[in-house]
Ligand binder design. Structure first.
Ligand SMILES: *[C@@H]1O[C@H](CO)[C@@H](O)[C@H](O)[C@H]1NC(C)=O
Ligand SMILES: *[C@@H]1O[C@H](CO)[C@@H](O)[C@H](O)[C@H]1NC(C)=O
Ligand SMILES: *[C@@H]1O[C@H](CO)[C@@H](O)[C@H](O)[C@H]1NC(C)=O
Length: 496
């Protein structure tokens, strides 16, 4: 046999090929075709929008290659016959309407037929685990929801701007009740009297619930969902126009002990006081993730968080005006498993020469302004870099300076980290995985040498944002330099 027909060799080659090249390879000969087709067709997007320049895939090709397709997306205007494909190994089904690409989509008779085809796709694919529907004008039919409800394997259901009619409520909630991860964004789930009486189900398997800006039902009714999710471990909620009723409901449901597994909470605002966030933490048996953006999280909450310092992995305390630099320093000194920390600021007197944060192996994302205003010497910048240089797994570093919506400012002259080699930037050579660096709002005086150093040492870097220097011309030059170089960087393989 010719060596180029050996599957082991093809396997080796294919790893280095982009999708387009795999496509070309599949046209070389029969052997290559049978090897590359499953790769080429594994993820298939049926997309036709005037601006995407995609040619619609012929229905005949979809029929031939349907058995290879694992991930299938419909986007833009797609004629009804494209939906009736004989896939049997689908794992992920995604439907995004073309309303965004200036197509109104479908004639009025077609939706029934299309949803019936989609329902058949769901039923005939036992490996299906994920269904995503976003931005569709045409309202799903009960036939479709029934197919989802009857499918035992669907773990993840994600709906964005989907409308659910009153008459379909029961079957809709049944479709939701079997999944482990449910995401509802900007949906309108019609219920006449704004109670959940029409919801007959318990979400027995639900572990992760993400609810964002639902148009209906009202926020306090959305919170009622929590009463029905005994296994829930993660709750993300953005309530839209929230009023006090929702807050009271949230605190009372958490206090009722119905959610013994809850360990991740991501909420925002709602006028939560320090005592409210303390109560929330108190109701969680374990805290893995806590994001309390724009709340009054403060001293009481920090105290109630203390028993969880050893287990906490993710903290977002951005725009919490009561969180002090000393609080941030305490958290960084005490939480060895932190992967993500977002907080407003830490000042130089909280950082000592030789400090190493115990989370240095884990930290992937750090959003923190280093306030060196009161620092008495340039060496302070070296100390910060030395500390950061220990964070060997850091992916995203955001040292932007932020003003709170309440207008609270840091005092003094905005002195912060200077990204300059003569200030110790070279110490950050160890951040081999760094993909993104942001420094909005802090005054820099970088030169091309710093830009070249970054490009040379941070091979995973894809994004740099901030004003490099106040010389407009040099700033443009550095911007062009980054545009031309780092866009080709790819993230290094990660250790987990
Ligand atoms: C927060 O409280 C203020 C004053 O008590 C009130 O005016 C405002 O509407 C509340 N905001 C929310 C989102 O409840
Ligand atoms: C960087 O952090 C600031 C807050 O300090 C935030 O407002 C901004 O959105 C962040 N930027 C990115 C890209 O994450
Ligand atoms: C600090 O920064 C803010 C916003 O970037 C700016 O308005 C203010 O003038 C600065 N203060 C000084 C002393 O430079």
């Amino acid at each position: 046999m010719h060596p180029l027909l050996l599957p082991e060799l093809l396997g080796l080659i294919s790893g280095y090929l982009a999708h387009k090249e795999q496509q070309r390879c599949s046209q070389v000969c029969w052997t290559w075709n049978s090897y590359f087709s499953p790769l080429v067709w594994k993820a298939c997007t049926v997309d036709y929008g005037c601006h995407t320049k995609h040619k619609l895939i012929p229905v005949s090709a979809l029929h031939t290659y349907a058995p290879h397709i694992r991930v299938l997306s419909f986007q833009g205007f797609v004629s009804a016959d494209h939906f009736a494909i004989p896939c049997t190994r689908l794992e992920h089904l995604k439907i995004v309407d073309g309303s965004r690409v200036d197509f109104k989509g479908f004639s009025t008779e077609q939706p029934r037929e299309i949803w019936a085809s989609l329902a058949r796709l769901v039923s005939s694919n036992p490996d299906l685990t994920t269904v995503e529907i976003a931005e569709i004008d045409w309202i799903p039919t009960d036939v479709f929801w029934k197919a989802v409800a009857d499918h035992p394997g669907i773990r993840k259901l994600s709906l964005d701007q989907v409308r659910v009619e009153f008459g379909h409520l029961k079957i809709f909630w049944q479709a939701c009740s079997g999944v482990e991860v449910l995401t509802l964004q900007r949906c309108r789930i019609s219920n006449h009297d704004d109670t959940l009486d029409t919801m007959p189900v318990m979400f027995r398997r639900l572990q992760e619930l993400n609810v964002e800006n639902l148009l209906q039902p009202l926020p306090h009714v959305q919170i009622e969902l929590l009463r029905l999710c005994p296994q829930l471990s993660s709750f993300y909620w953005r309530g839209g126009a929230v009023h006090g009723l929702a807050r009271d409901n949230l605190l009372s449901i958490l206090g009722s002990g119905r959610l013994p597994n809850l360990d991740s909470m991501d909420i925002m605002g709602m006028n939560l006081t320090d005592l409210d966030t303390e109560h929330i933490i108190h109701c969680m048996s374990r805290v893995r993730k806590l994001a309390v953006y724009q709340t009054n999280f403060g001293p009481s909450s920090i105290r109630s968080l203390e028993p969880h310092f050893k287990s906490i992995e993710e903290l977002n305390l951005l725009q919490c005006p009561q969180v002090t630099s000393a609080n941030v320093a305490l958290l960084l000194r005490s939480c060895p498993l932190l992967r993500v920390l977002k907080a407003e600021a830490i000042s130089s007197d909280e950082i000592k020469d030789g400090d190493v944060w115990p989370c240095h192996e884990h930290l992937r994302t750090l959003v923190l302004y280093f306030d060196l205003t009161l620092a008495d010497r340039l060496g302070e910048c070296h100390i910060v870099f030395a500390l950061l240089s220990k964070l060997k797994n850091l992916r995203r570093l955001n040292i932007s300076r932020y003003l709170t919506p309440h207008g609270r400012r840091f005092l003094g002259d905005n002195k912060s980290v200077q990204l300059r080699l003569d200030h110790g930037l070279g110490l950050l050579e160890s951040l081999r995985h760094l993909e993104a660096l942001y420094f909005d709002g802090i005054i820099q005086d970088m030169t091309m040498a710093e830009a070249q150093w970054m490009e040379e040492h941070w091979k995973a870097l894809r994004t740099v944002r901030g004003v490099f220097t106040n010389s407009a011309m040099l700033n443009r030059e550095i911007t062009t330099f980054f545009k031309n170089t780092i866009s080709g960087h790819i993230p290094l393989p990660s250790s987990h």
